[in-house]
Design a protein around this ligand. Structure first.
Ligand code: ADP
Ligand code: NA
Length: 329
């Protein structure tokens, strides 16, 4: 088993990223087989960006991942741009992928909006770079959120077509992995929207860097309803905000929804919220302390990334050699 996961270096991490992805990553580094984690800086440049800000974001996100428990001695942690084989393989795969396949990608339609003709070629083609990101390492499993399933399908199609076109078993078609303890952490202000860094309201999310007081305040103000906490999960039907808070508690505690209901049934959210805030603080406050200690230590962060890139390149080079040879290059 070999897993590859990427994350865009764009600003603060939040509780959704933590419960939806990072918790699982931290577990995966102890599973047998290599676990590769990369910061997708080559993806970040598909849209307008400030160069200095991007560099700062890469370091900040690296510090946040290490603070969250990713160990650069166990996991292979690096930024994409320092492993040129990603871009090299992407070119080979551009010549295998079909324009019709890319035209079906719904995310490009969403991200380019009305100004499709004005979007960068990189934004259009980046699902092929994503395919290269995982095929480069013959990843067997890729953790994907719902929004990325279509891109993983594309990677599988590219792997199959490359092998068929060049009569070789060079690429493994990767399988999706179920996400972390909570697939969708919802906004604290609106139970029908995902918690996201792109939500303009900071009250909608818990950032990994929020102070204990800020966490308590955001949970206190989180939207709920006047009904008490039910004894059975069915009692949460149609109560998206209430269900979300219960599920966050369960995910942090590592238990199921029923166990939380058993503990709090009959109480109102006025009583539950302080317990939830304490539970979040207990998890995030040590992460924040480690992050604060590491975030300005550029030398340590860069050294971790460099080591990860060297290890990644060792795995990538034979795969590039095999693919170019198969293509007659
Ligand atoms: P955002 O939606 O804030 O821009 P990203 O798209 O950068 O976050 O996601 C990084 C990782 O975190 C992905 O694996 C994604 O599936 C996961 N993730 C993001 N938001 C949530 C959420 N609200 N609930 C669960 N997982 C999430
Ligand atoms: Na592992």
């Amino acid at each position: 088993m070999r897993t590859v996961s990427g994350i865009q270096p764009s600003g603060n991490l939040h509780l959704g990223n933590y419960l939806g992805a990072i918790v699982q990553w931290v577990k995966m580094q102890d599973d047998p087989g290599d676990s590769l984690f990369f910061l997708a800086d080559l993806h970040a440049v598909t849209v307008y960006h400030e160069p200095a800000q991007l560099r700062a974001n890469v370091r900040e996100l690296t510090a946040a991942l290490i603070a969250s428990g990713l160990d650069p001695d166990k996991a292979i942690l690096f930024n994409q741009a320092r492993v040129p084989e990603h871009a090299e393989l992407a070119w080979l795969l551009f010549c295998v992928a079909r324009i019709g396949w890319l035209n079906r990608m719904t995310q490009f339609k969403e991200k380019s909006g009305k100004n499709r003709e004005g979007a960068s070629v990189g934004l259009y083609a980046y699902p092929v770079l994503q395919a290269a990101d995982v095929l480069l390492y013959n990843a067997t499993h890729v953790p994907v959120g719902d929004d990325q399933k279509q891109h993983l399908e594309l990677a599988r199609d590219i792997a199959v077509k490359f092998n068929a076109d060049y009569g070789a078993d060079i690429f493994v078609a990767p399988e999706p992995l179920i996400a972390g303890p909570m697939r969708r952490v919802m906004s604290l202000r609106d139970g029908s929207a995902k918690m996201s860094k792109s939500d303009p309201s900071d009250m909608s999310r818990i950032n990994l860097t929020d102070s204990d007081d800020a966490i308590a305040q955001k949970i206190r103000k989180a939207r709920t309803d006047p009904e008490p906490i039910p004894a059975e999960p069915e009692g949460l039907d149609g109560r998206a905000e209430a269900k979300n808070l219960i599920d966050i508690y369960a995910a942090l505690e590592g238990c199921d929804r029923q166990a939380v209901l058993d503990q709090f049934a009959g109480q109102g959210f006025g009583a539950f919220k302080p317990a939830l805030a304490d539970r979040i603080v207990a998890t995030l406050s040590p992460i924040r302390t480690r992050f604060e200690a590491l975030k300005d230590d550029a030398a340590t962060i860069d050294a971790a990334l460099e080591k990860g890139a060297a290890r990644a390149r060792e795995l990538a080079r034979p795969q590039i050699a095999a693919a170019t040879a198969a293509m007659g290059l």
